[in-house]
Each structure stands twice: as C-alpha cells, then as structure tokens.
Design a protein around this ligand. Structure first.
Ligand SMILES: [Zn+2]
Ligand SMILES: [Zn+2]
Length: 225
C-alpha cells in the first residue's frame, strides 16, 4: 500500500490526513470544525483513534482553532514549533503583515476581525525544535522540517515521495491569490524564500498549501529564480 493523502476542508482552509503505515493529520482548521473533521475521516472509513499525531504547520488562528476538539476525539499528540507553542497553549492570535498591496489590504481587514475570533487553547505534547523530527515512529515515511518565514515557527512536512505540506508558505486560493505561488502574508519574506530554497533542495515535487489545491514545485522554483 502506498501513501494516501486526503484533504479535509475545515472552513477557510484544509487540513491534510496522511495515511501510510500510520495515520497523521496536518493542521487543525478554523474554529468549530470538529463535525466537518469527523465527517471527513468517516468518509475515509478511518476511526478517530487511528490518528496518532497532529502536526501544526504554524500557529495562526485558521490552523489551530479546532485542534483542541480534534485532540479530544482522537487522542492524538499535538506537535508545534517551540516559537509558537504558547500561541496554542494560550489561544493567542497573530496576523503577519502583507508582502504586497493586496496582502497588506487583507492583513489589515483580518486584523480588524481578529477580536471576533476565539481560539480554544490546547495542550502541546511535542515541541518541535529547529532540527525538526522524523515521522518514522508514527509510521510515516517523511519528516518535519523547520521552514520559518511566513511565521517564525513555521514548519513543513516533507514525505519521501516528494509531497510537501507547507502550511502558508505557499497559497493557491482566491481571495488570497489568483494563481499558485508564494503567500501574500509573511513575517519575514526573505527568510521565507531562503526556507523555500532549502526545502526545494530536499526534493519537493508537489506542494500542498493549506489554502488551495496542490501544484508542482517547479512553479515555486520559477518564482524564486
Ligand atoms: Zn498563516
Ligand atoms: Zn492560513
């Protein structure tokens, strides 16, 4: 059996379920999406307790707000980079600046909406350091790699197949972007591009953004060169 990759839409973005010898989930969506999550895994005939790990690509509200409920239903461990551990444990909200005119507009508009959003705090089980970690013990042929830039605690999951789950290091969905490419928000756009070069050099073939459909890594390579 090869590796199966399933997107599950959790509101404004999607999480990805990866099924190899084990099953993990990447990201935890917007608030109140536990029913959508359970329905999504139900369609795949996966029971909640089969999921052993939730890797959070970064601590922005749209990636962590249903993770408390997902953890409670599945019993899975939560892994997040050390820089953003507190964001999840305290339910903090951060919004990065735009990197272009449209990004700046959207960032301002979203910042105004932030007070309306409640992020349920959740306990973190695995604190990811800058060295990342192998997913072998979870039955997944791949690893978690530190890829700062969109936020200072952003990580990506790179499978041995070349499939990369990059959170918001790339975007491919209206109204964020009209075409696949780099994100419209980033704390540090230079670092983001450095992280991309490092990641591409490790053999990324297909990019799976949290917002939008997967696309070939050659598109990102073209944008960086
Ligand atoms: Zn983000
Ligand atoms: Zn996002």
């Amino acid at each position: 059996m090869g590796i199966n990759i399933y997107p599950i839409h959790l509101g404004f973005d999607c999480c990805y379920l990866i099924q190899d010898k084990g099953i993990i989930v990447i990201d935890g969506g917007t608030p109140g999406k536990i029913k959508a999550f359970l329905k999504g895994i139900g369609k795949l005939s996966i029971r909640p307790e089969q999921i052993k790990l939730i890797v959070i690509t970064h601590g922005h509200w749209d990636h962590i707000s249903s993770v408390k409920d997902i953890k409670e239903k599945t019993g899975a461990k939560i892994a997040i980079h050390e820089t953003e551990k507190e964001w999840l444990e305290k339910g903090l909200k951060s919004m990065p600046p735009g990197v272009n005119l449209w990004g700046r507009f959207l960032s301002k508009a979203m910042t105004m909406c932030l007070p309306l959003i409640k992020v349920p705090a959740a306990p973190v089980d695995i604190v990811i350091g800058n060295e990342g970690f192998s997913l072998a013990e979870y039955g997944i042929s791949g690893r978690v790699i530190y890829t700062l830039g969109h936020s200072s605690g952003s990580v990506s999951v790179l499978l041995d197949t070349g499939d990369a789950f990059v959170g918001d290091m790339a975007m491919n969905e209206f109204p964020l972007t009209l075409r696949p490419g780099l994100p419209v928000f980033a704390e540090d756009f230079d670092k983001l591009q450095e992280s991309w070069l490092m990641l591409l050099n490790q053999g990324v073939k297909t990019v799976y953004p949290s917002h939008g459909k997967p696309f070939p890594a050659s598109i990102i390579r073209g944008l960086l060169s």
